[in-house]
Design a protein around this ligand. Structure first.
Ligand SMILES: [Zn+2]
Length: 348
């Protein structure tokens, strides 16, 4: 159900050449699950409201509140216009031959107006996204409370051209940092932390794991952000491409009010490659606002192997988008040897 990244004709630095898609939780991205139910044609339309009332009383379908009891018949040549759900197959009585008589006790539901029962598959869970709703509707109609932002995001249309140009600019800074890091023998991964309220860059970093195994690009950036706030544990001064702004450099009107956010609160991270579990957890702990990455990685924790950003049992969740400046990020990814040696893949 995850949308495929669209390939368009692209030029080297064209923000129109990529599409940022949301990395949705499993709940929002899973396929439609179906459950079997007995349905029957309503051969006499005048009996519909009575049948629905009596069926709701006998088999209320409490576990499927999203399901509509009656649907218009799909076969245009059919002589009956409507079909009604009788009960779930699992709730039906044992019977040798499936018939209305064996399914419904006549003292519970009058059989007038009902045709012979048949088995249908109905969605067992409410649709949370339009793609889920459209798939579910192919089986049986259900209600759907649409989150328009999710629908627009799934179409890859959440960000307007001006926003995409800024996103591209920030990701290209991360790409440049990654190239600088690569030149010093590090993995070709770069990251940038941005304050989205001002578009001010708070920190730029690249992979430094040649010095320390935990210094992945995102970890470096988080430490640099902490450093910009007067804390931080490490020095990356010997790497000119790793830098952070001073705490006073953000001159937006609301900078004073939010002068000392808790590390990355409200900030965006642009990172060329999907972060690993360690980096993802560090981003959770640092209270990152949103994460944008260019290309996936085999051990990625934001969609590929895990979806750390949408874990319900973690106390901070955030939006993640993939595919930003994807071509440039994929080119970087290919610079690392492990692309040729999948068994030795390194986390990012
Ligand atoms: Zn990592």
């Amino acid at each position: 159900m995850e949308p495929q990244v669209k390939r368009r004709r692209e030029s080297a630095c064209d923000p129109d050449s990529w599409v940022a898609y949301p990395v949705l939780s499993d709940e929002l991205s899973r396929d439609v699950e179906l459950i079997e139910a007995f349905a029957a044609p309503i051969v006499d339309k005048k009996e519909t409201s009575r049948l629905v009332r009596e069926l709701n009383s006998l088999h209320p379908l409490n576990s499927l509140p999203h399901i509509k009891r009656v649907r218009a018949c799909r076969e245009k040549s059919s002589r009956h216009p409507l079909e009604v759900l009788l009960c779930l197959v699992r709730d039906a009585p044992d019977m040798k031959v499936v018939s209305i008589d064996s399914l419904l006790p006549p003292d519970g539901v009058g059989h007038d107006g009902l045709g012979e029962p048949f088995v249908v598959k109905v969605p067992s869970r409410p649709a949370l996204t339009r793609p889920q709703f459209e798939l579910a509707s192919k089986h049986w109609p259900s209600s759907f409370h649409e989150d328009k932002q999710v629908t627009v995001a799934l179409r890859g249309e959440l960000f307007n051209p001006q926003q995409k140009a800024l996103m591209h600019m920030h990701m290209m800074s991360a790409v440049a940092a990654a190239r600088a890091g690569k030149e010093t023998g590090m993995e070709a991964v770069g990251a940038v932390v941005v304050n989205p309220a001002t578009q001010g860059v708070i920190a730029v970093g690249h992979d430094c794991r040649g010095d320390h195994p935990l210094h992945h690009a995102a970890m470096v950036c988080i430490d640099l952000v902490a450093r910009s706030q007067g804390a931080g544990c490490y020095s990356f001064d010997k790497y000119p491409a790793c830098s952070s702004s001073s705490p006073t450099s953000d001159t937006s009107p609301d900078a004073e009010a939010s002068a000392q956010p808790y590390i990355c609160t409200g900030y965006d991270l642009y990172v060329t490659r999907e972060p690993c579990v360690m980096c993802a957890m560090a981003l959770v702990h640092s209270r990152i606002g949103r994460v944008f990455y260019g290309t996936g990685s085999a051990d990625g924790a934001f969609g590929t192997k895990f979806k750390i950003h949408s874990q319900k049992d973690l106390n901070h969740r955030f939006e993640v988008y993939k595919g930003v400046s994807s071509r440039q990020c994929e080119d970087l990814h290919r610079m690392d040897d492990h692309m040729q040696k999948p068994s030795l893949e390194e986390p990012s």
